[in-house]
Ligand binder design. Structure first.
Ligand code: F6R
Length: 608
């Protein structure tokens, strides 16, 4: 949730760390700071607010350093104040460190240190680690870090410096992401590849409890049991343009408009339209186990959980195999019926969501086979799962997930098609589905052309206090996703409901100030949804309907109609979610909200 960047090398570390923090700001943005070595002196600068302010402060000071660590924060322990901002230092000012994650036993450790006379200057859990490292330091920073962490329970990604070893950064992780990168006479540590991509594409993924040491001469790595290890250098395949706005006002808008391409990328080489089938290389060897498992679970959070709901419906409707969806945060606490004959799919954009990782651990403890559907290559979830499928959506920077959702649903559709064909779906049906999927990028393009119209509608409803989203079948999770998008970035309260449930309660809310987004495709429930819309109109609610291209009847009832091309239930969720993404985007812009960095949120929730 927070961002870490560290640099050591031949150049000035400060602009590198500042640029890295700016690229990581989408992960946490309530305060930030930097610690750097000036010969053997530690310089520390922090601000509450954005990296831009820190940048201005440092520019005025004209400081230069070849070693620095920086942090952009998403507050967990203590509000976003100057003293709670990272880096945190030890009382003697010799240790400085930046930390992502949560130290669960920090209170006990802190009380013990206070009893010993230690004085803390922040409310954070992180400062405890700085104190422990300082106490354990006897001339070797990596040993001190290892010793300090032996007292710690919790999750961490850490980068640490010490004035007695000014040409060294020690880093380590457990449960929170951290990578090292290798340049020419310069070396980096970061919580996310995006931070260092303009300098290096050669990346080393640290595994849990491994320790990395960066000096001007290179990087070395030690295993959890302190053995030196040779780590593989991975080449990052995405480009800088993918993490830049590319002329769009916001990353979210860029990501919404990139969906024709990202959906295509998720299908490329996997959809077989000539045979009406699909092939998913990463889990092809597991297909038999998936089919014959006693239980199948999807586990995920937030938007990924909505994709999972669609996956469940498709598995059951088309492949006729049962499947359950569970919030990852609930999975481990509800004694799931999971054993060695179970398959658990973990779905995650970031691959770093702490709740999803915890669910994976729970499933593994119960001996289930765990498979991943993930976006970020080399992420913790990708590495913790036995096999998996990458969705290939490219870096998603906007905090509100958009393109990852449609790519997740695309991959789940491919998996369903594969399983359905094996379970007896006819070639004719397979051909119809695969050809509809093949047309998705073009159809998404068509839907995106209504952006201006959606922006106009957004102006009319930007002052609403509440929104209701209604959908049925596979469009119920789409309604949930539309509501979540609106909540996240415009701070308007919104709820998604199965349309027919409206009369069992939410109808009490409807009056002229309540906009209702009704997903009303011409499928088997069309007449029922039309009745729901009539019920809304009878109570003076205002309706934005999402209808099938060519449907003129709905125009007479709804206040506004947005169209999507005719779709099968395989492709409908992807097409229907696009106008809802755009609606939330334009409403948020109209309300003057910070679309890419909405309040209280952060991309990738790496704390439970
Ligand atoms: C919503 C959103 C979150 C994430 C959730 C899971 O726009 O971004 O709800 O979907 O935190 O994140 P991942 O998919 O990274 O595990």
């Amino acid at each position: 949730m927070c961002g870490i960047v560290g640099y050591i090398g031949k150049n000035n570390a400060i602009p590198v760390v500042i640029q890295g923090l700016q690229r990581l700001e989408y992960r946490g943005y309530d305060s930030c700071g930097i610690a750097m070595m000036d010969s053997e002196k530690m310089i520390l600068e922090k601000v509450t607010g954005k990296v831009e302010e820190l940048q201005g402060l440092l520019a005025r000071q004209k400081t230069n350093s070849s070693v620095a660590i920086g942090h952009t924060r998403w507050a967990t322990h203590g509000p976003p104040t100057f003293s709670n901002a990272h880096p945190h230092t030890s009382q003697d000012g010799k240790v400085a460190l930046v930390h992502n994650g949560i130290i669960e036993n920090y209170k006990v450790l802190r009380d013990g240190l206070i009893n010993d006379g230690y004085e803390f200057s922040s409310e954070t859990d992180t400062e405890v680690i700085a104190a422990l490292v300082s106490q354990a330091y006897h001339g070797n920073l990596e040993h001190a870090v290892r010793e300090a962490l032996s007292h710690v329970v919790g999750a961490y990604g850490l980068a640490v410096i010490h004035t007695d070893e000014p040409e060294k950064i020690v880093c380590t992780r457990k449960g929170a992401p951290l990578i090292m990168a290798v340049g020419e006479d310069e070396f980096f540590v970061a919580s996310d590849v995006a931070a260092i991509l303009s300098y290096s594409k050669d990346v080393i993924y640290l595994d849990n409890e491994e320790i990395g040491i960066l000096t001007p001469d290179g990087v070395t790595t030690y295993s959890g049991s302190d053995e030196p290890i040779d780590k593989k250098i991975h080449k990052i395949t995405f480009n800088l343009e993918e993490i830049e706005k590319g002329g769009y006002e916001h990353f979210m808008l860029k990501e919404i408009f990139s969906q024709p391409q990202t959906i295509y990328d998720a299908m490329r080489g996997r959809l077989l339209p000539e045979t009406g089938d699909a092939f998913l290389g990463g889990i092809d060897h597991m297909i038999g186990s998936i089919l014959h498992a006693d239980q199948r679970y999807f586990t995920a959070c937030g938007t990924s959980w909505h994709a999972a709901l669609i996956g469940e419906m498709m598995f059951e409707q088309f492949a006729r195999i049962p499947c359950e969806v569970e919030y990852a945060s609930e999975f481990r606490y509800r004694e799931p019926l999971v054993d060695a004959k179970s398959i658990v799919f973990a779905i995650s954009q970031s691959g770093e969501t702490a709740d999803t990782l915890a669910a994976i651990q729970e499933a593994k403890t119960r001996e289930a086979t765990v498979l991943g559907i993930c976006n970020v290559v080399g992420s913790s979830i990708a590495r913790e799962t036995e096999a998996g499928v990458y969705i290939h959506a490219g870096p998603e920077i906007g905090v509100a997930s958009t393109k990852a959702f449609t790519s997740q649903v695309t991959v789940l559709s491919l998996l369903t098609l594969k399983l359905a064909r094996l379970m007896g779906m006819s070639k004719t049906d397979g051909l119809e589905i695969s050809q509809a999927m093949q047309k998705l990028p073009e159809n998404v393009e068509w839907v995106l052309k209504q952006a201006d119209q959606i922006a106009e509608i957004a102006k009319l409803y930007a002052d609403a206090a509440n929104f209701l989203y209604l959908g049925r079948g596979v469009n119920f999770p789409v309604a949930l996703e539309g509501a979540l998008k609106l909540k996240e970035i415009s701070y308007i309260h919104a709820e998604g409901y199965p349309a027919a449930e409206m009369k069992h309660g939410p109808i009490a809310l409807i009056d002229k100030s309540m906009p209702i987004v009704a997903i009303a495709p011409q499928d088997k429930t069309y007449d029922k949804i039309i009745s729901n819309i009539e019920e809304v109109k009878a109570r003076h609610g205002r309706v934005i309907a999402l209808a099938t291209e060519g449907d003129t009847r709905i125009k007479d009832i709804a206040d506004h109609v947005l169209y999507v091309p005719p779709a099968l239930s395989f492709t409908a969720p992807i097409l229907n979610v696009i106008p809802l993404q755009l609606l939330s985007y334009y409403v948020a812009v109209e309300r003057g909200c910070d679309v890419d960095q909405p309040r209280n949120l952060a991309k990738s929730v790496t704390v439970e």
